[in-house]
Design a protein around this ligand. Structure first.
Ligand code: E4P
Length: 219
């Protein structure tokens, strides 16, 4: 399973990249705003800065919600760097835009997906990635992981090449559950990724090993 980090924070992206396990980055307009990035020029510059840090795909979201606007913005984003993946919402014009970019070999990430039907349309339109938001589904008492399982079954039935990118991952169990049900990619915050490291027996075991080493040295 690929690991993407879901943030526009350059320090977090650098830290994940330095770990050596990072496969890409996803952002959205809210994450950009959280970092104080606003206006087209700043936004484009920030995407470029992210591309300069990571080796993998970097999802950059369009703001327009009409077909012509999405194409214009998407082309501008794609021109920034080869790593850019144009992120497009699953709305009617979005499906048309996904098809437009897929026909031209430009990578896309279909976002704001909350149902199997939406995921099926994204795959039909040739999206590179589909992003079901599992945390937001859990927030309203739907089962996000169950949706990933359903999409996995549908995509496998027809050998769709669209990759399932589990988004809105909030904690380490989401990551483990995504891996269990066969998500291709997960995107989550640095905190969820680092939380995978934690185990009290690792901490106490390491403390004992170090203490025993010191004791033996001082004998
Ligand atoms: C996906 O690409 C989105 O950026 C993201 O995962 C949304 O997560 P949230 O529900 O925690 O805002």
């Amino acid at each position: 399973m690929k690991f993407f980090i879901d943030t526009a924070n350059l320090e977090h992206i650098k830290e994940a990249q330095d770990l050596g396990i990072l496969d890409g980055v996803t952002t959205n307009p809210s994450l950009m705003a959280k970092e104080g990035i606003s206006g087209k020029d700043q936004v484009l510059k920030h995407y470029k800065a992210i591309c300069d840090i990571v080796d993998g795909d970097v999802s950059a979201e369009v703001i327009a919600t009409d077909y012509a606007g999405m194409i214009r913005e998407g082309e501008e984003l794609a021109d920034l760097d080869d790593k850019i993946v144009v992120k497009i919402p699953i709305i009617k014009d979005g499906v048309k835009a996904l098809k437009y970019f897929s026909d031209r070999g430009i990578k896309t990430n279909c976002t704001l997906v909350f149902s199997a039907g939406q995921a099926l349309l994204a795959a039909k339109a040739g999206a590179t990635y589909v992003s079901p938001f599992i945390g937001r589904l859990d927030d309203i008492s739907y089962d996000g992981i169950q949706l990933i399982e359903q999409i996995r079954l549908i995509y496998d039935n027809y050998e769709f090449e669209t990759e399932i990118l589990a988004a809105s991952v909030r904690h380490p169990m989401h990551i483990i559950n995504c891996a269990e049900v066969g998500a291709d990619v997960m995107t989550g915050p640095l905190s969820a990724i680092l939380a995978l490291l934690k185990h009290p027996l690792t901490d106490s075991g390491l403390a004992t090993f170090l203490a025993d080493y010191e004791k033996a040295k001082n004998k």
